[in-house]
Ligand binder design. Structure first.
Ligand SMILES: [Zn+2]
Length: 337
């Protein structure tokens, strides 16, 4: 699945650490045993020697079957003696084997050329970490999204109540996450602040990460600050950042709060380039914004905005600001008490 090179490096680094840890732990157990039983050290050496000798017989193609059988017998009896020593000390039979975190792949990340489940779990974990590093928010889920805050009475001349509308939006987002593929459409979450746009985009992110997709969630102001900093820094000791590559190649990019960032020539061109690259690569993106189409056109170049908006399916968020409702409820409870 589409993880970035950086995430792969992190996962491989973790596997290497695990292998090293199990080797170091094995050395400790070995010294402990040898201190108690010098005979065990001797037996291990003998076992290794007979194994090498047996291998030589096999590869040498010698038809000295009797010699090979003799070595095997010798090896077996040495192993038996070593086992007896281990049992005597109350140690398990695998005391002198490396204890891997994942015995299936021996902490190598693949089994018969196929990616091991432990590697998949690590990729997911590091993808989560990366996401939370860029975004200060923690991931939400669909279960914690409450429709109670949306009125059941239609507002103005709307045919549908906010509650009915948002029930459909929640269902749509769940289906989007459940059936997501890299061929999925890009979405625009649009509506005034406090109507659950961030909550639902984070819920989509969580579900996709759980399914093994590479997702990046980032707020537009945080992202543009980061990109600007990287563009301004000319430190030759720092290898060039792969933020842009990461953003272009992830399976789903969620850009939250578009329009709240400080607007400049740089931010406009950075946003346009990012979209253009993802459109060329046919990678889906979810943008959320508090601004209307007119406000977006005022803020950015109208041509750029129509190109971006034209490639997105619009999902409208309606209702009354939930944060305000919650504050009002709190005040109400405080007054009642
Ligand atoms: Zn494994």
């Amino acid at each position: 699945m589409g993880y970035s090179a950086e995430i792969y490096e992190l996962a491989e680094g973790e596997l290497e650490k695990r292998r090293l840890r199990s080797e170091q732990a094995l050395e400790k157990r070995r010294s402990l045993l040898y201190a108690r039983s010098p005979r065990a050290a001797e037996l291990e050496r003998q076992i290794a020697k007979t194994s090498v000798a047996a291998a030589k017989e096999v590869f040498g193609g010698a038809d000295l079957h009797s010699r090979l059988e003799e070595l095997k017998r010798e090896n077996l009896s040495l192993q038996k003696e070593l086992e007896t020593i281990l049992t005597g000390f109350g140690f398990p039979q695998n005391f002198l084997d490396p204890w891997y975190t994942c015995p299936q792949c021996r902490d190598r990340g693949d089994v018969d050329g196929k990616m091991c489940s432990c590697m998949r779990a690590l990729l997911r974990q590091f993808s989560y970490d990366q996401l939370n590093k860029i975004s200060p928010l923690s991931l939400s889920d669909f279960e914690s999204f409450s429709l109670d805050y949306y009125s059941k009475a239609p507002a103005g001349d709307a045919r549908q109540s906010p509650n009915a509308h948002m029930t459909a939006v929640l269902g749509f987002c769940k289906k989007y996450a459940r059936t997501f593929s890299t061929a999925s459409r890009s979405l625009l979450f649009q509506g005034p602040p406090g109507l659950g746009k961030t909550h639902l985009s984070l819920a989509v992110a969580k579900e996709l990460i759980d399914r093994g997709f590479g997702v990046i969630y980032v707020s537009a102001p945080a992202l543009l600050t980061k990109l600007a900093k990287e563009t301004m820094s000319f430190d030759y000791r720092e290898p060039s950042s792969n933020t842009e590559q990461l953003l272009s190649e992830c399976d789903l990019l969620i850009l939250d709060d578009l329009g709240t960032e400080f607007s400049s020539k740089f931010t406009v061109s950075a946003i346009y380039q990012l979209f253009n690259t993802r459109m060329i690569l046919s990678k889906p993106t979810i943008i959320s914004t508090n601004l209307t189409l007119h406000e977006l056109q005022d803020k950015y170049n109208p041509r750029i905005i129509s190109r971006i908006i034209g490639s997105l399916d619009r999902v409208e968020f309606v209702g009354t600001d939930i944060r305000q409702l919650k504050r009002r409820q709190k005040r109400q409870t405080a007054n009642d008490q």
